[in-house]
Write a protein that binds this ligand. Sequence first.
Ligand code: COA
Length: 297
Amino acid sequence: MESPFKADALKGKVALLTGGGSGIGFEISTQFGNHGASIAIMGRRKNVLDDAVSSLRSLGIPAVGFEGDVRKKEDAQRVVEATVKHFGKLDILVNGAAGNFLVSAEDLSPNGFKTVMDIDSVGTFTMCHEALPYLKKGGPGRTSSSGGFILNISATLHYTASWYQIHVSAAKAAVDATTRNLALEWGTDYDIRVNGIAPGPIGDTPGMSKLVPEEINNNVREDMPLYKLGTRWDIAMAAVYLASDAGKYVNGSILPVDGGLWLSKPRHLPKDAVKRFSRSVENRSRAKPDGVPTSKL
Ligand code: COA
């Protein structure tokens, strides 16, 4: 689908994306590149990085891949520095690296819980911390008069509670808290905007294949308010909006892009049934109110 944004919306920007080699992260890499940005991708798997980089280059997007694990501070530091060395500066950091699997709280080991916290929450903070010197207003290589931009990808799981996702819910809650607190501190001190996107169920992603595996005969489309899954494109367009000047006054926001799913409740009555008997129920209740005490006096 064609982008509604101008092709130069991110012209001259340099973006580093963790988890930018597959799924939603790769689509953000592609769309940022299509809108003028140069792309550095950080990931653990060399073959995924290589495929992603050659795919981006085939579209004419300047791209480079760096192997690294966001759980390791030295990797975070090395990759941020390598990005700046390669492209001369850093304008945008996207924290998309995440770990997930379905497991009941009872069957989850504390180390399993910690593993996801380490990737999602601590990893996000580590990357932000290492990128700070380059993203702040006046940082090395920055020509713009403003600071850079951070985008943290979270989820809507923790808005309520989610089955078999206690580890990810806790981790994403921490990511959202990190987004808001950095927006407050680094927005004020360094003119860096920090925002989040909370994707809902997005088709054709590693997340969906892990959380709604083919073994489950699921009805996910039927339960969606818009009766459809989101696409990676939907998330990438939200990212382009937030990263571009269109979002220049948006800071500390976490944008759910889930078709309204997290708000949804099952519909117990068909709409035409409500229309049919709503008035008669109302009239009956006025004629003979329920629960109002009657007096013999
Ligand atoms: N159910 C229960 N526990 C699990 C599990 C599962 N499906 N998968 C892993 N664990 C536990 C392990 O048992 C281990 O805990 P233990 O030491 O107490 O036994 C802990 O998690 C770490 O597992 P390990 O395999 O050593 O971690 P890893 O660093 O190799 O992999 C994961 C990290 C588990 C998050 C892995 O799924 C991953 O790399 N994910 C990235 C891709 C991804 O999930 N994408 C989806 C994004 S939405």
